[in-house]
Write a protein that binds this ligand. Structure first.
Ligand SMILES: [Zn+2]
Length: 146
């Protein structure tokens, strides 16, 4: 089992991924939408993994909707970093993390460019359902139901 840890710059948002796939065998995906391009985000996920997102200060969290309004970007309002993206599909939360916010970020191969913006809302969800991390848990200090 490989444990991957990362998060935003100021420590408000941390992410922890448990996976059987080592970083060298993952393919980061550089989404070509304007949001991801502006942030330089490269998304990594393996379906078998488990993702835990922990929020220290929910008041300093922005959940920005993208991807036909079905994906939520977890942005820290203090430092501006985007460590994670999630999407609720058929009652299950799926997610991916941003390689650039991970420890040992250089352990991953070069990203390939992907273009989910060319897909319909339904096709986006179908893609993420198969590609993203299957098990996502959000831990927030106030239990406000993120
Ligand atoms: Zn931050």
């Amino acid at each position: 089992m490989t444990i991957l840890v990362g998060g935003c710059y100021c420590g408000n948002i941390t992410v922890r991924v448990e996976t059987t796939v080592p970083p060298a065998d993952m393919t980061p995906r550089a989404c070509d939408c304007d949001f991801c391009m502006a942030h330089g985000a490269e998304w990594i996920s393996t379906p078998d993994a488990a993702l835990e997102v922990e929020i220290q200060n929910e008041a300093a969290l922005s959940l920005y909707s993208q991807g036909s309004d079905s994906a939520r970007l977890w942005i820290c309002q203090r430092c501006g970093v985007v460590p994670a993206v999630t999407c609720d599909i058929d009652g299950h939360r799926k997610g991916a993390v941003n390689r650039r916010t991970m420890e040992n970020r250089d352990a991953y191969p070069a990203a390939e460019v992907t273009s989910p913006q060319s897909l319909s809302a339904e096709d986006k969800k179908a893609r993420w359902k198969n590609l993203w991390i299957q098990k996502v848990v959000i831990k927030d200090c106030w239990d406000v139901g993120l």
